[in-house]
Design a protein around this ligand. Sequence first.
Ligand SMILES: C[S@@+](CC[C@H](N)C(=O)[O-])C[C@H]1O[C@@H](n2cnc3c(N)ncnc32)[C@H](O)[C@@H]1O
Length: 258
Amino acid sequence: MDKHHYYQNAVQCVEAEIDFVEVTYRELKGKPARKLREDFCGTAQTACEWIKRHQDNHAYGIDLDPLVLQWGEQNNLSELSANQRQRVRLLNEDVMTASVSNLDAVLAMNFSYFIFMERGLMIRYFRSVLNSLNNEGVLFLDAFGGYEAAKELTEERECDGFTYIWEQASFNPINSQMQCYIHFVTDEGVRMEKAFDYYWRLWTLPEITEMLLTAGFKTADVFWEGTDEKTGEGDGEYSKSVVGTADAGWVCYIVAEK
Ligand SMILES: C[S@@+](CC[C@H](N)C(=O)[O-])C[C@H]1O[C@@H](n2cnc3c(N)ncnc32)[C@H](O)[C@@H]1O
């Protein structure tokens, strides 16, 4: 069993993520983004997708864990051509002090920045990103919420050859901190308990956008998903919005311009 392989299959959809980044950056700046940093990159699947999109694209992946970076090198970067491989670098660094700057775009996806529990720390992170961006740089984040986000619950989803299990094991309303786990069970019944472990603060959207503006970003906008009229489900199209729907569970993007 390989937990990173299961994670990439069950959790990430890097094509849709990079589609959003490409289109939104171009709409905002009237030109394509080229130099991107993926913070909390894990296996760097997103950075690799960026590299594949254009021959002038460059990507940097930042993660504290050398083992996950090694997995990314062996399984994702190894799939790139020699030319593509030269345009991506994985750095075993802390996102707070990451050494790459003059960036068009910084991404912190899958809620990874929710690990910063206090306002002061989060603003420090946003300021360090601001300093790493060039004058036309943009920070892309995602966020989740809804009235089920603060519930203790377990959800299962069938994937190809295994079941993905998301557990919100505890939520403390006093400090909004929550313990979540990802478990996997193969179709043969082998269970991988607590394959991933997240201790997070469940931040609200106004808190996040206010902290971005406090950190010095010029804008901090929420991009909300549209609704498919036939199914009533999300349609995968995100647009800048000031009113959302009070869904049980939602995921959105936040876009902040320097
Ligand atoms: C939820 S995973 C994100 C994986 C991937 N980016 C995604 O979108 O699914 C979080 C990653 O953040 C890394 N991490 C946690 N704190 C960090 C920090 N201060 N600096 C850099 N990486 C950090 C962990 O090692 C872990 O690989």
